[in-house]
Design a protein around this ligand. Structure first.
Ligand code: PEP
Ligand code: MG
Length: 580
């Protein structure tokens, strides 16, 4: 038996046999060419790109017929990457400048993109290199005649193992027989992981060396909840996991059945629960899991893998699709929270030595007012068709909020002059995710319509702990007294000004923290859709009054460990369920 520990990419347990598929094993020859061959090679590249685009369009048409418009977004993304002619122009320049063949040139271009993406601090955007790789691979296969066939399975209970999987792989795979996925690359925010979650397929990512043919046909267990893969499980482990799987599925069914119940505490207090979303396909998932709209729509996805900002109309179309997925519930659209400017080659800002504190989020958009207004106008136009809220990321002080609001006013004026409808009373909120915003929460509350606490960043900046450094994970403490005091200060400032206090960081999706968040007085929690049923079960099993008592008592402790021990005891005594 061998246990591998990876990234929990999609929850659930799959028990079956591994099927190692070779999706990336392309043999590429790069060789010098004579001057006379430059033009024909460039022509060959053009033909391969056009042919690949036609192939993708055919897949898009087929999928639209088979499954309706769901999940098409991913193929669209690849088509979008192909529509940027840079892949062609840069490779053609290499063919000409370095006098090498088209395959070699395309490979060099990909290498350049890999380096560019590797420096991106935001994990989500960094992982978008997978899409560029998938597109380049498809073109190379077309050129070399090494065709890419859909992943099939001869037997049921198949767990696909690959170095990496593309969204197209997942969309096209035989899901009656394939029940789980394991990849060497990827992460929680890779497209493949998002799709696996939406197909409820357990998945583990980030296991080095697992795509080795030696593992083909080995019996295995994928635990997508903990991120473990067990190959050749012994009898005891096998039996234990069968039971766990049954229990997980039974729990999921029970949770989903009760997901539509109102989010009310035992003493009748209402806590709004909403979903965090990135692509329109997730909207439906939020509703089926009992969420009432989206509390955080991360718009970064739309800006990825491209050198130029998406035009207003394109943004409008995508935001509308998201809105249609959650309407009549509200949609909270966060303006671009790019971690760096690296994707946008024309932007003359340096990331600096410390990108987490560099040119990013609201600072970046304020520095590009015309681009920012395009996004604001697209959001405003969407607001005419359903309840919509705007949210600005990483606000550190009032000047930023005022400047962002001034640009929003300009965008409103432009739309009014053009006779285009929008919600004139659209609510404008801010993410509270910097210690400075906490300290002046009372001042910000006077000029914001709601607060949404981004604990992922707030904890990082308050405790000085890099949120993506796995070696520091034990020090990343949501229950640190400094964090708890910050949360209390934010809720109090919001309520004193009469605005709602929301939370959309990961802390909101862990039922273990629910008594504290409810007790502190948060009005709304937004989380990954799959967490909503468990958090709702917790809400329904507790009284607001008791939660307030527990939250208050937590402030008597001086360390995160003490708070955690106390909270665990309280949950064991008073609540029907604890940490999931
Ligand atoms: C946060 O920081 O908590 C948050 C929700 O934003 P993001 O994870 O996108 O930085
Ligand atoms: Mg953040």
């Amino acid at each position: 038996m061998r246990l591998f520990s990876g990234i929990a990419a999609s929850p659930g347990i799959a028990v079956g046999r591994l099927r190692v598929v070779d999706r990336r094993n392309l043999t590429i020859d790069a060789y010098p060419i004579e001057h006379d061959y430059i033009e024909p090679e460039i022509g060959r590249l053009r033909t391969a790109i056009d042919q690949t685009r036609a192939e993708l369009e055919a897949i898009r048409a087929r999928l639209a017929e088979d499954t309706g418009s769901d999940h098409l977004f991913f193929i669209e993304t690849h088509l979008l990457i192909m529509s940027d002619d840079r892949l062609f122009t840069e490779s053609a320049a290499i063919i000409e400048g370095s006098r090498i063949n088209a395959e070699g040139a395309l490979h060099r271009t990909l290498h350049k993109y890999r380096e560019l993406f590797a420096g991106i601090e935001d994990a989500y955007l960094r992982e978008r290199i997978n899409d560029v790789e998938a597109v380049v691979e498809r073109i190379l296969r077309t050129m070399t005649g090494q065709v890419h066939t859909p992943i099939s399975a001869e037997q049921g209970h198949t767990i696909v193992v690959a170095r990496d999987l593309t969204p197209a792989d997942i969309l096209q795979m035989d899901k009656t027989r394939i029940i789980g996925m394991v990849t060497e690359g990827g992460g929680r925010t890779a497209h493949a992981a998002i799709l696996a979650r939406s197909f409820r397929m357990p998945a583990v990512a980030g296991i080095d060396g697992i795509a080795d043919p030696a593992y083909d046909n080995a019996p295995a267990i994928v635990d997508g909840t903990s991120g473990n893969l067990i190959v050749h499980p012994d009898q005891d482990t096998f039996q234990r996991y069968l039971k766990l799987k049954q229990r997980y599925e039974y729990d999921e069914q029970a949770l989903l059945r009760s997901a539509a119940l109102p989010s009310l505490t035992l003493d009748g207090h209402r806590l709004e629960l909403r979903g965090n979303v990135e692509v329109p396909e997730e909207g439906q998932f939020v509703l089926s899991h009992g969420g009432e709209g989206a509390g955080l729509y991360r718009t970064e996805m739309l800006f990825m893998n491209r050198r130029e900002m998406p035009e207003e109309d394109e943004q409008y179309r995508v935001y509308s699709a998201m809105q249609q997925a959650v309407v009549p519930h509200p949609l909270t659209i966060r303006t671009l929270d790019a971690g760096s400017d690296k994707l946008l080659a024309d932007i003359p800002f340096s990331v600096g030595q410390n990108p987490a504190m560099g040119m990013r989020a609201i600072r970046l958009t304020l520095a590009m007012p015309d681009e920012f207004k395009k996004q604001l106008r697209a959001i405003l136009r969407v607001s005419a068709n359903g309840p919509t809220r705007i949210m600005f990321p990483m606000i550190s002080g009032l000047e930023e909020l005022r400047r962002a609001r001034a640009l929003l006013d300009e965008a409103k004026k432009e739309l009014s002059e053009a006779g285009i409808a929008f919600d004139k009373a659209i609510r404008v909120g801010i993410m509270v995710e910097l210690p400075s915003a906490v300290t002046i929460a009372d001042l910000l509350a006077k000029e914001a319509d709601f607060f949404s606490v981004g604990t992922n960043d707030l904890i990082q900046y308050s405790l000085g702990i890099d949120r993506s450094n796995e070696h520091l994970a034990p020090l990343y403490q949501p229950l640190h007294p400094a964090v708890l005091r910050s949360l209390r200060q934010v809720v109090e400032a919001a309520h004193q000004a009469g605005i709602p206090a929301c939370m959309c960081g990961e802390m909101a999706g862990d039922p273990f923290f629910l008594p504290i968040l409810l007790g502190l007085g948060f009005d709304e929690l937004s989380m990954n859709a799959s967490s909503i049923p468990r958090v709702k079960r917790m809400v329904r099993s507790c009284s607001r009054e008791r939660a307030a008592g527990i939250a208050e008592a937590c402030f008597a402790f001086a360390t995160a460990g003490e708070v955690e021990a106390f909270l665990k005891k309280q949950i064991d005594i008073h609540f029907s369920t604890g940490r999931s």
